[in-house]
Design a protein. Sequence first.
Lengths: 636, 123, 460
Amino acid sequence: MSFLVLIPLLPLLGFLINGIGFRRIPKNLVGIIGSAGPVAAFALSVYAFISFQAQGSAPIHVHLFDWITVGTLNIPFAFQIDQLSLLMLLIITGVGSLIHIYSVGYMHHDEGFGKFFAFLNLFLFFMLLLVMGSNFVIMFIGWEGVGLCSYLLIGFWNKNTNYNNAARKAFIMNRIGDLGYLLGIFLIIQQFGAVEYAVVFEKAATMAVDSPAIVAITMLLFVGAMGKSAQIPLYTWLPDAMAGPTPVSALIHAATMVTAGIYMVIRSNVFYSLAPDTLDLIAIVGLATALLGASIGLFQNDIKKVLAYSTVSQLGYMFLGLGVMAYSPSFFHVMTHAFFKALLFLGAGSVIHAMSDEQDIRKMGGLRHKLPVTFATFVVATIAISGIPPFSGFFSKDDILANVYQHSKIMWGLGVLGSVMTSFYMFRLLFLTFFGTFRGTKQQEHHLHESPLSMTLPLVVLAVLSAVGGFLNVPEALFGSMKLSGFMAPLYELAAKANPVAFAHQHLSHTQEYVLMGVSVGAALLAALGAYVVFVVKKSVPAADGQETGLQKLVYNKYYVDEAYDAIFVKSMRTASDLAYSFGEFMIDLVVNGTGKVVKNAAAKLRLLQNGATSFYVFMMVLGITVIMLWNFWIK
Amino acid sequence: MEKMHLPSDFLPIFIQLGLALGFIITTMLVTHSIGPKRNSKLKDEAFECGIPAEGDARTPISVKYFLIAILFVLFDVEVIFMYPWAVNFKSLGWAGFVEMLLFMGLLLAGFYYVIRKGVLKWE
Amino acid sequence: MLPIVLLSVFGIVVLFLGFSKSKNILLPATLLFLLVTLIANFVDWNHQYLYFNDMLWGNNASMVFSGIVLLSAFFVVALTRGFEQEGEAAQPAEYYGIMLFSLVGAIMMISYENLIILFVGVEILSVSIYILTGSDKRNLRSNEAALKYFLMGAFATGIMLFGMALMYGATGSFVISDISEIIGTRAWNEQSQLLYAGLLMLLVGLLFKVSAAPFHFWTPDVYDGAPTIFTAYMSTIVKTAGFAALYRLLAGSLASLQDYWFATLATITVLTLLAGNVTAVYQTSFKRMLAYSSISHAGYLLIALTSLTAKSQSSILFYSLAYSLSTVSAFGVLILVSQQQASNNYDAFNGLAKKNPFLAFVLAVSMLSLAGIPLTAGFMGKLFVFTDAAQKGTIWLLVVAILASAIGIYYYFRVLIAAYFKEGDLATIRIAPFYKVVLIIVTTLTIVLGLFPDLVLQLV
């Protein structure tokens, strides 16, 4: 299976060609080279998937070379291909290819075209490394690498200071998470003396439930996931990250990178299944994030900001699912979310493209006539994310909520509340953008046009996937066979052996399931209807900035979380670092300059020994020999 | 049976050394102290053979002299190898002959190099 | 054995090639010869051989050491550009011939089994280097350097020979494995005094060759005076061969006496580290700084030697390789810059990065490697050497070494500051394609070995 190595290498090759040849390769060629890598990687991933199933679905281990060997710790550079990494591979390369093709159209007028493709390819390389690595360290390389690419791409239009600040914010918040992740790896090395998944999990499976080491490791790893997957309290970077070009938001900040945290938790399911306390925390954090994100989304007026908070909220759902050990449903949601959220972002990109870079939905309206393809696909995505059957979002969200219901009824209730909000803000977005009358300037109206084929084609493909993606995992209550869950089941065998109690839960009766589905679908439909009444029938348009009042103002300003962070952390950090700076300035200057002076003086003295006279040199030699002899024969 | 040497066995050597050194040092000291010293310009000159000394003793000599001298040493010493070889010619046999041929070949190569370089040209 | 024969024959061939009208053939011929020898060197891979009545012993380690020497020689020869720049007085055929002959000496020093071969090797190498040092005949400083080196070298050789004689007197053998056997029958503090005196003198002689303090005084003057290309040659080849010889001597025959020589060698190590690093701080000439840097690197290598653990050999080997590569590229850049500026000083590099980003990058990698900054081979080398010291438990030695390398950063970075941050009017320097290729290879190797040191380590 050595062709697996090519999967990450192809995008890397694209990065090298486009990166080194930036400004020298003609634009058309850049697009072809940039897209060829991901497409080829996708083809290879499909082939890998087929051959994986053909040879009996046993995990494949590809050892490339021994990377670090320190004492007894050996960190090989190796890939592990199993159900989880294969599915991730398919999502990353599949959605990635579509977004690359879309970017050819979207970014065509940008002068940094080649740079953009180079970074995008580099991102894919690191993301593939992240999911293919066979140990935590390789995952960490990918983890850091995608963070770097995210930073580079958020600040892609680096002439705008705000964008650069957004990039920095994302990077720093991710660093906080990364620190937790890194500490987690250190703890794993300290506990198990290895980092290879196979070895570590085998050893972990023999440990007791809730042993302190496991709880500490899972907590630290989850801190990493919080940063990367934008959970409370480290979520504020994701909305700001919308400063990047829209395909970046679709690829990195919706479909792939932000789901790395979920991938990591599922990968470490042996750990997490042994730490119920951590799981509870994850569920609470996930639920809180889901509600917070959805509620902020209700009042946002920037088309991309709405989608960003929606992403935060959906990621919250995934963690909620992980928290109740619904690993497969969470992953199912990762998948469907990748389809419809990428579609939403790309659709938004198409709208922004048509509106000459206008992002405020208050200035849009009635676009459905001018952008028919974008509109149609956007509708599909909106229905999908709102959880209305038979589109994909319904199946995955319902799967998670059914599992949550078994865990806690209150959580389920709050989850449904979240999906009501989701449905409302999504339809609000849809109606404000595509219905009613055009509210922008004359110039914009004149310029309105449907996007080129390279942009609409990915939209259509993603729309089809969003529509039918849910059928991969139809619950038994709806006469399905849970194909995806069945496929992923071998991943949890070890965990089930280690903690059988946690996995032994009773199934809901079909009637119960029907009721649950009915409630959530009904609620979502009601919310959609509400949105229709408010924004289509009454034709109300959100107030201009600064005119909101009361609760609305609080929510519109994102609960002032950014301001609070600024006051509590940034300001106090500044003060502390100012203090440390002035003190350090003094002390360090003293020590550094002092040492420097001593060395320089010594050098000035020693230099004089080198006087150029051979006789003196020989004398020094003889002196040296004499001292050696004296010391060895008389003194010692 | 190997013969053991005690430090005392070396005594005659040390006595000999002491006598030799002692004689020289004593003579030098005594001649310096009892001989009369009369310095004059003429007496302090390097040579007293009639013709006054002219110029510096360290005049540059053509490097060719040194080259010739060194080459002479080189090709002279080589003979040292030939004598023992000649004495043991029969017992060394063909192997010895070939080795000597190789050695002479190398030497001749060097000789050819010297001639081509023009070291022996005296103009 | 095979490389020795080949190099001797090739040396003579090169001398005769010098008679042909076109001098252009010399450089490619020499490079070809070196390449052939390099390949021939590894013919006996994984076999051990004893040659010349058991006077030479070849094994994998000695082949890798010889490989390093030959590779460095290859790079340096490639940087000579056929001595076109040196003018009419230059004798390219003789220079190449002598270089090839000197490698014979280096290989003998690396693979000796009998002390006589060590002596002969040292002499062949040294005498060749004396000549090369003085090859710039019309330059007074070159002549002075050659004479100084010769006088002091002769003195050191005398001491070394004396040491060998005393060791023979004590043990009745020149063969190092026999000596080891004879020494092994007695405890370290019950040996004959002759042996002690002998081994100390032998060590002094060899330490002189690798320029360890207090026998290092010749180094700055000689390095400074010699033509730059030959400075590069001797600082890489003599050092590698010298340390290979020292290791073979200490590990192969005197290991059981480590308690005896440890204190002496450790003191010399500290002195070398201090003398090299501290004095280098005050230099204004880049070339002279490299001379002091060569002394300080001898100090680092001595750490591995002093510790003499099971891994010392691979540490020395890796360090020598890393040092040789960085030194070659540093001198490679220096040659070009000093030609343009007619100066070896730091200021000559002012503003190098502006018009010559490639040269500045090569220089930067080389300096980073010499300073031991991670991601370069130099860092890995230092890491291995320090690990040896830690294993032996000599923490104080480690502390001195780390302080010394901190000082090192100061003077290595000075040239980088000049190249990158200072204003200068250095024009674009034309680099011959082949020259450029060599610099690229050396720089790449430095980085690759910094990432994957196992590539070399697994050889031994």
